[in-house]
Design a protein around this ligand. Structure first.
Ligand SMILES: *Cc1c(COP(=O)(O)O)cnc(C)c1O
Length: 387
C-alpha cells in the first residue's frame, strides 16, 4: 500500500469543479495583481482570525520580513526566536542585519521554551517571534506577559497554524501585535504557488503594511519609506477563496487522523506516554500531545504535521520508505547548527532539546484525504520495525 506524505492531487480532484472556473475567471478578466479576489481573501482571513485587518502578500517569508520592517527592525537589533523552526523565521531577522537570538525548545510541544526568554532580553531586544510549530500555538500567555513587561512587540509566525486556537479559543495571529501566515501548498490552506498574509489589530501598522507591499508607495510614484514588491497574485487569491470554505473540514480530518494514530500507537503498545525527552526505551515512540486540549482548555491543534519521535529515526525512515510510506524530517538542523549562522557563535550545548528533536523527530502522513487503512498500515509497519 502506498502512503505518500502528502497528496495534493486528491485535494485538487475534490475542488476541481469549483476552482477551475474561478481560475478561468481571473484569466479572462486579466486583472492579475491584487484586486477584488485579494480584497475578498483579506476580509475572509481577518474575520476568521478575529483581527481587524489582514494584508495579503507574496509569501509567509515575506510576511515575516514585512512585519519586521514595519516595526523598524534595524541592523544590530536583537530578535528572539526559537532555534528549532523552518529557516524563514531566522532568515528574515538576519536579512535585516538584526541578530537572531536563539532559544531552545520545550520538549512536549516542541515550541519555544518560554522559561528561557527573560534571560535573553536586554536593551537591544526589539521583537519576539514565537512559532506555532506544526499547528499548535506556543505558550502565548507567558510570551505576552513578557512582551507587556518589557514593551517588546510579538510577531507570531503562524505559517503552520492558520486556524489554530490557543486557550479560550483565541486564534493564532490575533494574540501578538502581528501574525504572519503562509499559503505555501503544503500548509493547511495552500495556494497553487506562493502566497502569504499578515494579520493585525493595529490600524497604523495595517496601513503601513499595505503600502510596504507596494514599494512603500503612496500616492503613486511617491515613496515615504522603502518597501518592496510583496504583492499577491489575483490567481492565488481566487484559489484560496475557493479553498477557504473547506478549511475547517480539512482541519477536522487532520485532527481525526491524528487521534487515530495516537489511539493505534497506544493500542499497539508502542507509545511512550508522557515522556518528555527521549527515553531509554528504544522500542517506543513519543507521540505528539495537544497539551492545552488535554489540560481542559479550549484549544485547537490543526496538525499541519504529525510528528513522532523515535531513537532510531533514520533507520525507521529508511524502512518506511522501502514500504512506500512517505515521511519527512522537520528539521534536521536547528539554526544554531547552520553554517550561515556560525557567526552568531552559539554553543550547541545550550540547546539540548532542539538537538534531540532534530535527531529523533519524523513527520508521518497526516493530510485530510488519508484513509483509515493507510494509517493502520503505517502503524503496522512502525510496529514491525520497532518490535
Ligand atoms: C512555511 C513556513 C514559513 C515560510 O512560508 P513561505 O510561504 O514558504 O515563505 C515560515 N515559517 C514557518 C514556521 C513555516 O513553516
Amino acid at each position: 500500500m502506498k502512503v505518500p506524505l502528502l497528496d495534493l492531487k486528491l485535494q485538487y480532484q475534490s475542488i476541481k469543479n469549483e476552482v477551475e472556473p474561478a481560475m478561468l475567471k481571473v484569466a479572462q478578466s486579466q486583472m492579475l495583481i491584487l484586486g477584488e479576489e485579494v480584497d475578498k481573501l483579506e476580509k475572509t482571513i481577518a474575520s476568521y482570525c478575529k483581527t481587524d485587518y489582514a494584508i495579503a502578500c507574496s509569501s509567509g517569508t515575506d510576511a515575516l520580513l514585512m512585519a519586521l520592517m514595519a516595526i523598524d527592525i534595524k541592523p544590530g537589533d536583537e530578535v528572539i526566536i526559537p532555534t528549532y523552526s523552518f529557516f524563514a523565521t531566522a532568515g528574515v531577522v538576519a536579512r535585516l542585519g538584526a541578530i537572531p537570538v536563539l532559544i531552545d525548545s520545550e520538549p512536549v510541544t516542541m515550541n519555544i521554551d518560554v522559561s528561557q526568554i527573560r534571560e535573553k532580553i536586554n536593551f537591544k531586544t526589539k521583537a519576539i517571534i514565537p512559532v506555532h510549530l506544526y499547528g499548535q500555538c506556543a505558550e502565548m500567555d507567558e510570551i505576552l506577559k513578557i512582551s507587556n513587561e518589557f514593551n517588546i512587540p510579538v510577531i507570531e509566525d503562524c505559517a503552520q497554524a492558520i486556524g489554530a486556537q490557543y486557550k479560550d479559543g483565541k486564534f493564532a495571529g490575533s494574540l501578538g501585535l502581528i501574525g504572519c501566515f503562509s499559503f505555501y501548498p503544503t500548509k493547511n490552506l495552500g495556494a497553487f504557488g506562493e502566497g502569504g498574509i499578515i494579520t493585525t489589530n493595529n490600524k497604523e501598522l495595517a496601513e503601513k503594511l499595505k503600502q510596504m507591499r507596494n514599494h512603500g508607495m503612496n500616492p503613486k510614484y511617491y515613496h515615504k519609506f522603502i518597501g518592496g514588491n510583496f504583492r499577491l497574485d489575483a490567481l492565488q487569491a481566487a484559489v484560496l477563496n475557493v479553498k477557504f470554505p473547506h478549511l475547517e473540514n480539512w482541519h477536522q480530518r487532520r485532527r481525526e487522523n491524528a487521534n487515530l494514530y495516537t489511539k493505534l500507537f497506544i493500542e499497539a503498545g508502542l507509545s511512550e506516554s508522557k515522556g518528555k525527552m527521549i527515553f531509554d526505551n528504544k522500542n517506543k515512540v513519543l507521540i505528539p500531545e495537544a497539551v492545552y486540549e488535554n489540560s481542559g482548555c479550549k484549544n485547537y491543534h490543526i496538525y499541519n504535521q504529525y510528528i513522532i519521535r523515535v531513537q532510531q529515526r533514520d533507520k525507521l525512515r529508511e524502512f518506511l520508505g522501502k514500504n512506500e510510506i512517505g515521511t519527512e524530517i522537520y528539521y534536521p538542523v536547528p539554526f544554531h547548527g547552520q553554517e550561515c549562522f556560525a557567526y552568531l557563535n552559539n554553543n550547541e550545548k545550550d540547546f539540548p532539546v532542539a538537538n534531540e528533536l532534530s535527531e529523533t523527530s519524523i513527520a508521518l502522513p497526516i493530510f485530510p484525504e488519508l484513509t483509515k487503512e493507510q494509517i493502520q498500515f503505517v502503524i503496522e509497519k512502525i510496529k514491525e520495525f520497532l518490535v
